[in-house]
Design a protein around this ligand. Structure first.
Ligand code: GLA
Length: 739
């Protein structure tokens, strides 16, 4: 049996596994000390190189362009001066309480109260999962305590993406406490480090800030529990040596696949290298781990680009479409939503009218929002009814079936809003199950949006939430879409179910994922929109279960250009639900053009549209479908950003470089602003000709661009002036390759 085979022994076979580890341990100690085991983890362009030190510690010695001759990886530690670093600043998974005194990735209180951990290398195995995917697992073990960690690196070769996580197991006499349990601990060597991260609040999502990292620790984190990303999402980029631009510079783009409290520490160490520790936030969350049970951390996903932020974003977008987002390579449904057009005030007749409007508009689906449920406490505003998921008899006397039937009569689909993790204190659910609610038993309740969070660490609550959503589908087999909302953070964190309160924050998210796993096992592809009062939960942990997300309740189109722009660095366009609403003063065309650069939807009163406005919207839906392949599954290229230009410009090119669409928006309304020069395109085939025309014109408007045939080379070297200016504040240009 090889070391690799030994590593694949299932965890349940504990005794065998311990023996196996012992054998591998002995075997590898001798080879490691003799040979300095070097572990290169490669993707198409990059290598992350780990190396075992003479004392048998696992260190990270490199992350950069890969080398043709693998033997040369052995020279990296010397070249970077890392061989002399015996304090282990570059530990691949820094354990607390031993010789590394910098920020740890893992900290433990053992069963005897001792807080030291000193993880040493045991073995490595690499498994090829597919042509594109490989999994390298490295086993580490404490030499005193019966405590193991497996570091996992799953590489997506063609996408240059790696997912990293660890599995922690202990076989001590009783429970230990994981005081910190990060997913990843990276070590980067560069002359300088530039962090781009995001802050926000309701309706102010994804505001970027960029700064040079200096010595000490910069922490990005959240302690909000649910709606965890409200102030700060777990997405960031670090540029190396200089601040990267769209197409130039080395940049790491990353995201933590976790929908709860997270913490990422960026520590420039005494040797000027950057230590990055990312994982679940250990704030009030020391995790009590039973012997023999695996604790699997969330995955930390990252890509390294040598051609700026644009290439990094395309790596993540491609990876997400192929491997992470549900049905990422499939189509998306255009829709009409009624939130802003009715709020809570509707009945089935009004909805029947909206279903007709859905057909008139030409979109695929009608999405019924909040307000359809609750009888003892009807949900007529946001003060009551959450938790009571029975259709309100006054508004929907004929149940949801009336709506699915009316939808099919109109040839459209029907979807519905739920917020199943939450409860209003004024609800039958709260009256029946006060112990299912997260709140401090001895303190007054404190609310966000008049509601509280259900305790998803409790399996009974998990069943309840699963059954609510499953019940909607089983009772209404034609139900085609769900918007899953989450409008409150967790105040007064306390679980009546948990034996150990400090497990609660982490178990809440595991509980949520258990529910979503069960739903996805039964309904693998049904579209689900991830919403959290806007973008309060946009991360790749949640997006594993969803087809799309709601970036922000702020649908003012100028604002949306900035918000959608920044999200696009991490998430593909087909996942960005963009709705045309009445927010803002921009013309209808501008609002529609902005929504079209993602997944198009409407939330307007169709009956109020003037005839030419309705004709424009109908035409837009058709134009959108014509270019949807490029927008949904193509490559996105940012041409001019909205922060430093009067005109923001971006384009999508389909995978064959046949069809492309360019979006241009005026983002500065001062006198005489507009596009003065041609804007250079990207991603086209230089050797082919493209017919170029302005698309999505408002009825009666004439294009003022120089339409015609241009070579890809011309379009990428000289470009096209979209003639954006006052009166032409948004311009869409379609490109079709000539055969
Ligand atoms: C949240 C969502 C909105 C809408 C309302 C309904 O605010 O972000 O889109 O669904 O809830 O109450």
């Amino acid at each position: 049996m090889t070391n690799n085979e030994l590593m694949n022994i299932p965890n349940s076979k504990c005794l065998l596994r311990i023996i196996a580890f012992a054998v591998v341990f002995i075997a590898t100690v001798s080879t490691a000390t003799a040979q300095h085991v070097t572990i290169p983890i490669e993707t198409k362009s990059n290598a992350l190189v780990l190396q075992v030190s003479p004392e048998n510690y696992l260190n990270m010695v490199y992350f950069g362009k890969k080398l043709a001759d693998k033997k040369e990886y052995n020279q990296l530690a010397d070249s970077y001066g890392l061989s002399h670093n015996t304090d282990g600043y570059n530990s691949a998974y820094t354990s607390a309480g031993a010789r590394n005194l910098l920020e740890p990735a893992i900290a433990v209180t053992h069963v005897d109260g001792n807080k030291s951990l000193d993880l040493k290398y045991v073995s490595v195995s690499t498994t090829k999962v597919s042509d594109d995917i490989a999994l390298t697992s490295i086993s580490l073990r404490d030499s005193v305590y019966n405590f193991d960690v497996i570091l996992n690196y799953k590489t997506y070769f063609n996408e240059d993406v790696t997912e990293q996580w660890s599995v922690i197991t202990q076989h001590e006499k009783s429970n230990v406490v994981l005081d910190k349990y990060a997913s990843a601990n990276l070590y980067l060597q560069a002359g300088s480090y530039w962090l781009r991260h995001y802050h926000g609040d309701w309706a102010k999502e994804m505001r970027p800030e960029e700064e040079q990292l200096n010595h000490g620790i910069k922490t990005l984190d959240t302690k909000l529990g649910t709606r965890a990303d409200l102030f700060q999402p777990p997405a960031f980029m670090v540029s190396l040596n200089k601040n990267s631009t769209e197409d130039d510079g080395e940049v790491l783009a990353a995201n933590l696949e976790w929908s709860g409290n997270y913490r990422m520490d960026f520590e420039v160490d005494p040797t000027n290298n950057l230590r990055l520790v990312a994982g679940i936030n250990n704030y009030a969350a020391g995790y009590v781990l039973k012997p023999g049970v695996d604790f699997t951390t969330p995955k930390f996903v990252y890509t390294l680009s040598h051609n700026g932020k644009g290439a990094a974003s395309r790596n993540l977008q491609t990876w997400a479409r192929k491997y992470q987002i549900v049905d990422g390579e499939g189509p998306r449904l255009t829709l009409l939503n009624n939130w802003e057009s009715t709020y809570f005030t509707f009945d089935e007749n009004k909805l029947a009218g909206i279903l007709k409007d859905t057909k008139t508009l030409g979109v695929d689906l009608f999405l019924l929002d909040d307000g359809w449920f609750g009888n003892k406490y009807p949900r007529n505003d946001d003060h009551q009814g959450l938790g009571d998921w029975q259709p309100n008899k006054a508004k929907l006397p004929d149940d949801i079936a009336f709506l699915t039937k009316a939808a099919s009569e109109n040839g459209v689909k029907f979807g519905i809003w739920v917020e199943p993790e939450m409860v209003n204190p004024k609800s039958e659910l709260y009256e029946k199950h006060p112990d299912w609610v997260v709140k401090q038993p001895q303190r007054p309740e404190y609310y966000m949006r008049n509601q509280l969070v259900l305790d998803l660490s409790n399996p009974k609550v998990q069943d309840f939430v699963f059954n609510i959503v499953d019940g909607l589908f089983t009772k209404n087999p034609d139900l085609a879409y769900i918007k899953w909302d989450c409008n409150s953070v967790i105040y007064d964190a306390y679980s009546a179910y948990e034996k150990s309160q400090s497990n609660f924050y982490t178990d809440y998210v595991f509980g949520l994922y258990k529910v979503l796993d069960r739903l996805r096992a039964k309904y693998p592809k049904v579209p689900l929109m991830l919403c959290s009062g806007g973008g309060g939960r946009v991360d790749y942990g949640a997006l594993k279960y969803f087809t799309e997300y709601w970036p922000s309740d702020n649908t003012e189109p100028l604002e949306r250009i900035f918000i959608q722009w920044e999200y696009s660095y991490f998430y593909p366009a087909l996942a960005s639900s963009n709705h045309v609403t009445d927010w803002g003063k921009e013309p209808l065309k501008f609002r529609v053009d902005v929504a079209m650069m993602g997944k198009l939807g409407f939330d307007i009163v169709v009956g109020k549209l003037k005839p030419d406005e309705l004709a424009f919207c109908q035409q837009s839906v058709k134009t959108y479908k014509e270019f949807s392949e490029a927008i949904w599954h193509g490559d996105q290229y940012r041409l001019q950003d909205p922060w430093s230009n009067d005109v923001a410009s971006l384009m999508y090119v389909d995978s064959n470089q046949n069809n492309a669409i360019m979006f241009n928006y005026l983002v500065n309304n001062r006198y005489d602003t507009g596009s003065k020069l041609p804007i250079r395109m990207k991603g086209l085939n230089p050797d082919k000709n493209y017919s170029v025309s302005e698309v999505n014109l408002f009825p009666g408007a004439k294009s003022t661009i120089t339409e015609g045939t241009y070579s890809g080379q011309f379009l990428m070297t000289v470009g096209i002036n979209p003639d954006v200016r006052e009166g032409r504040t948004s311009v869409l240009i379609g490109l079709k390759m000539q055969k």
